[in-house]
Each structure stands twice: as structure tokens, then as C-alpha cells.
Design a protein around this ligand. Structure first.
Ligand SMILES: [Zn+2]
Length: 438
């Protein structure tokens, strides 16, 4: 059964409700005495009593219809889930048998039932109120019926939208469960691309996310109301095309020219790799939330505050290496965090555009992309002035000398000054990344 069939069902149930209500009210009004009571209001008590009955009867009809919608929709969603599971599964021997099995899976319908119950409650109040009102004010009956019809139409759309959202969600969960069963670690997010696609979904299109811990509303569709996106299993390797930017191209060329490593940084690199190994879980936690590889967080931490990195104290802003606990004074000014992980996630959030531009994701192992990102993160002073950045290449043959130094000018303003002969005594990102990337 497709969603069209469910839509038809919802439509016919609502029509039925409308008809039933019409009949119900008609029978009350055609009975010889009742209209007189209602119109003249002579015995007000009994007319209120009748109106309450009309309201109750209308409410009962509505509830029955909602029960029917709920059970039909549940069956529909079970089908969606089973189809989706089987189509994503690697291990399909008997498709029909499998679909039948997954239709019976224990699924969480909690959110869906809650939404329907809310709509049912809302409609109950509206319909019973209107029905009572029609009885008490028979002169307005035509306009009341119009109002009722409108309410039915609105409610019908609302129920349809709830169901569409659930369809998207059960489709995604089906794929997710198939991935879990097959031991697939990643899924790829696919946006429905047309002129209705929102920026949020467009930005996720083609991206890879971790199966473990995936949540509807997080990176699992629907990510917002009306989302039509879906997911597919991914081995994590078939990521998007290489980033198409001049900086990426330049970095690729530079790395291609590296053929000699300076042994004087051996010890520093070793210490870096050891500290990373020891505190990996912290970087992995940030990486997971920020959607970037953990290695990238580590090199930034190392560069922003080397002692804090090596000692594993985690007491600095990843933004700029300042101590946590008081608002930052250096750029970006005014960040206020006490926790390394929270601050780091915030720092990465600020770089979202570049994370996207360099196609970085949790599992990426593209050293060129990470280096290009690191160069942007550090500032493009070298790149824009055709100078080799020690931040990236120190310790390799492509860097010999030259370094920007932060100084104060005669007006006490902070300025960056380039010294041609100065040689950086810190190891560059390339060698650090090499030591920890698999
Ligand atoms: Zn979407």
C-alpha cells in the first residue's frame, strides 16, 4: 500500500465523519419538537441537554474514525519499514519472507501516536463544540456546517502531513536497522533535490554519517517538518568528489612535492602521536558531534596550545588556545566556555562552511582536505602572499624559511610581520597528521 492509499483512506474517513454528523444533526432537527425547543429556548435546560448529546455523538464518530486511521497508518508504516529494510539489506535470501518478518518487528510508534492523539484531541474539542453550537443556534446552521467542513479539511491535511513525516522516518530507520544488521558503519544522506529543497537538507546531501547513535531529527531524516530526504548504506569510502577549490589543488601539489623529512622533529612527532593515542576518546567525541575527523581536532588543539595538548589537561579554547573559564580576549573575542569539548564543538560550528567546502566528515582520511582546512583555520596570510606556510609544511623539504610574527606597532596595535629568514621551530601539520592517520 502506498501513501496515496492511506491518503484516500484518510479522505474517505473524514468524508464519512462529515456525512454522519450531517445525518445526526438532521435527525435531531427533523424530530418535531426539538427544533422548537432549540429555537425558542423555552426549556433551556433540555435544549442544553440535547446539545450535549449531539456533541457527544459527533465526538464518538470522530474517535472511531481516528482509531481506524491509526491502525491503517500503523500497517502502512510497517510496510514502509519492511520494504526499506529489505531494499537496503545485503543479506536477502527470501524477500517475501523477510518483508513479512520485518513487518512484525518491534517498532517505536510513540512519537507518531502522540502526534495523532494530539490532533484527535484538538478535533474532538472543535467538532463537539461546533455540533453543540449548531443545535443551540439553528439559524446559523449553514455557516456552522461550512466551518465544520473547513475544520475537517484542515485536520485531514494535518493528519496527512504527520503520516508523510512518519513515512520518511520509518524509511530511514529501516535502512539504519539494515546497516546495523549488516555491520555497515556509515550511511549517506540523500536530499530530494528540486526547487522545494531547503538549504538545511541541501547542505547534508551526499554527506556520510555514523550509523551508531543516529537519531531522527538529528542527522536522520526527517530533519525538519516536511523533510523528504532519505538515506542509503555507505562503506564510507565512496565519499563525494574531491573538493574543487584552488587551495585544495595547491595543497595537493605541495604535498606531491614532499620527498624529504627533517629528523629534528622526530621526538615532537612521537610525543604528539602518543598523546593523541592516549586521549583519542576526547577527540572522537568532539569529532562525532562536529562531523569532522578526530585527527583534525587533535592537530588544531596541538597547534593552539601545545602544552595543553601534550599534558592532556584540556583547559583551553580550541578557537585560539586561551585558558577556559573566562571570556576570550583574542579573536574570536567573547567566547565563554568552561568545558573543552563544548568549546571545541562551538569552534567547529563556526567553521561549518569550510568543513562543507572541504568535504570533511567524521570518517574522512583525506589528508589534503584536512591540511587545506587547517590552512584556512590558521589564516590565509601565507597562501594569499604566495608564501609556504610553516604551520603546514615545517619539517618537510617544501618549507625552508619564513614566518609571520605577531608584533605591536608604534600605536600599540597588533600586527603580523613576515620575516624571510626566520625558521619555524614547531613541526607542521603535515608531519603530525601523517603520524596518526591510518
Ligand atoms: Zn530533508
Amino acid at each position: 500500500m502506498g501513501i496515496e492509499a492511506v491518503e484516500r483512506l484518510i479522505g474517505s474517513l473524514y468524508n464519512e465523519m462529515e456525512d454522519e454528523l450531517g445525518e445526526l444533526l438532521g435527525s435531531y432537527f427533523s424530530s418535531a419538537d426539538l427544533p422548537r425547543y432549540a429555537r425558542t429556548n423555552v426549556t433551556r435546560r433540555s435544549s442544553i441537554g440535547y446539545s450535549a448529546n449531539v456533541g457527544l455523538a459527533a465526538g464518538k464518530g470522530l474517535e472511531n474514525a481516528f482509531d481506524e486511521i491509526t491502525s491503517e497508518a500503523e500497517a502502512f508504516l510497517r510496510d514502509v519499514y519492511a520494504e526499506s529494510y529489505v531494499s537496503a539489506s545485503e543479506d536477502v535470501e527470501n524477500e517475501i519472507e523477510m518483508k513479512n518478518r520485518f513487518r512484525k518487528s518491534a517498532l517505536d510508534f510513540g512519537g507518531f501516536f502522540d502526534k495523532l492523539a494530539k490532533e484527535r484531541k484538538r478535533m474532538y474539542i472543535t467538532v463537539t463544540g461546533l455540533a453543540r453550537d449548531m443545535f443551540l443556534n439553528p439559524d446559523n446552521i449553514a455557516s456552522s456546517f461550512d466551518l465544520l467542513r473547513t475544520e475537517f479539511l484542515v485536520s485531514r491535511n494535518r493528519v496527512n502531513n504527520i503520516l508523510r513525516g512518519e513515512e520518511v522516518s520509518f524509511k530511514a530507520i529501516g535502512v539504519l536497522h539494515a546497516c546495523e544488521a549488516d555491520g555497515i558503519e556509515w550511511y549517506r544522506f540523500l536530499a530530494e533535490k528540486d526547487r522545494k529543497t531547503c538549504r538545511e537538507c541541501e547542505a547534508r546531501d551526499g554527506k556520510i554519517y555514523l550509523v551508531k547513535g543516529a537519531e531522527v531529527g538529528g542527522d536522520l531524516p526527517p530533519v525538519h517538518y516536511g523533510c523528504r530526504c532519505r538515506i542509503e548504506p555507505s562503506d564510507g569510502k565512496d565519499y563525494m568528489d574531491k573538493p574543487d577549490t584552488p587551495l585544495y589543488e595547491y595543497t595537493e601539489e605541495m604535498v606531491g612535492n614532499i620527498f624529504e623529512i627533517d629528523s629534528k622533529f622526530e621526538d615532537e612527532v612521537k610525543k604528539f602521536a602518543e598523546a593523541y593515542e592516549k586521549n583519542k576518546s576526547v577527540y572522537e567525541e568532539i569529532a562525532k558531534k562536529a562531523g569532522v575527523p578526530p585527527e583534525l581536532i587533535a592537530i588544531i588543539h596541538h597547534r593552539e596550545n601545545t602544552p595543553d595538548f601534550l599534558n592532556g589537561t584540556f583547559n583551553v579554547y580550541l578557537h585560539n588556545g586561551e585558558k577556559l573559564g573566562t571570556p576570550t580576549k583574542l579573536v574570536p573575542v567573547g567566547k565563554d566556555f568552561n568545558d573543552f569539548i563544548e568549546a571545541a564543538i562551538d569552534a567547529m560550528k563556526d567553521e561549518k562552511a569550510y568543513i562543507d567546502r572541504y568535504n570533511l566528515w567524521l570518517g574522512s582520511d583525506d589528508i589534503i582536505a584536512m591540511m587545506a582546512f587547517a590552512e584556512v583555520y590558521n589564516g590565509l596570510g601565507y597562501y594569499n602572499n604566495n608564501r609556504v606556510s610553516p604551520y603546514l609544511y615545517s619539517g618537510t623539504n617544501v618549507y625552508t624559511s619564513g614566518k609571520y610574527v605577531e608584533e605591536f606597532d608604534e600605536n600599540d596595535n597588533r600586527v603580523s610581520k613576515y620575516y624571510n629568514d626566520l625558521v619555524d621551530d614547531q613541526v607542521g601539520v603535515y608531519l603530525l597528521l601523517k603520524s596518526i592517520l591510518k
